[in-house]
Design a binder for this molecule. Sequence first.
Ligand SMILES: [Zn+2]
Ligand SMILES: [Zn+2]
Length: 349
Amino acid sequence: MAAPGHHSQRKGQQNSRPQGSNNSLHLDGHRCDRPDVKASYIDTHCHLFTTMSMMKEKLADTSIEPHRVDLLAKRLFPSNVKAVVDIHCDIPIGPYYEQAAALTEWPEDFKYYFAAGAHPHVAMSYTDETHAKFVEIMSHPNCVAWGECGLDFFKNKPYTHEAQRKVFIRQIEAAVSLHKPIVIHTREADAATREVLDEHMPRDHVFHVHCFTSSTELGKWVLETFPNSFIGITGVVSYKLPHVQEFIRSEQLPLSRMLMETDSPFMTPKGIYPWAKQTRPRDVARRRFEFCHSGMIPFTAELVADLINQGREARGEAARTDVDEVLEVTRKNAERVYGIQLENGDDAS
Ligand SMILES: [Zn+2]
Ligand SMILES: [Zn+2]
């Protein structure tokens, strides 16, 4: 998904439109705890600073300080959210990763991790200085990966394609030499992504193709060619992308190679609305979720479980999965990919 954290970060708080309609949920209305979901989970790809900025803007709440990303964990995340991988992909890179890592008011058993790298949208601004800065950031104790980096040919001017390719390759090479997992963004660039990975990604390197929207062919090739590759699923799958739904249904993308992510603040998973209808008073249930956050992962996991079960039923297989199993397996995948070890990770039992 194009998740340009950099847009909001660069432009700051313009267009602050008033809440306007009473159609928006207030801040705490965006909590969506599900007592029926027991497993703990990790949001493996989110943009917390952008989420805070969007929150401030959409809720017209001037008291919100975008750098206080711990507010999200304290006010909105259910206690099952044990960790996030926050993505910093702008140029120049802001002080946000350091500020967030230094916050002392995170919930007690919550872990803040981040990744840093240049998004393909900013490839044209990538310099030696940028590169050196990212290399330096990699040694920060909370930094678990390089990225997101990659190729995005959706609505991007063709003259940027070559710059994107060069910057992507440069970042892969640096991350590989530093033994850092890589977060890959690829959109409408299947052939070029395949070519770059084929030539420059060592077969055993660990990477996460995030917010997967590409062709099943690319997905299968990645999984077969790189045994330590993982594919990220976001709420976008609940709106469109029947081929990605089929990739999950067929289990050609098996749970063992899947990661759950939000790419927040974008793409609130669709399943949240029927849930709100069932659990909230009628006037509240009709209001809009203005942004997505890590606490919404179970709605995407539930969709994944449904798709897998549909496939198994169609193939006459007896086994069934559920939301807790999806969360638990993908959490273990996340721990492996990002080298994260949660203290109380086994509370699904
Ligand atoms: Zn992305
Ligand atoms: Zn992103």
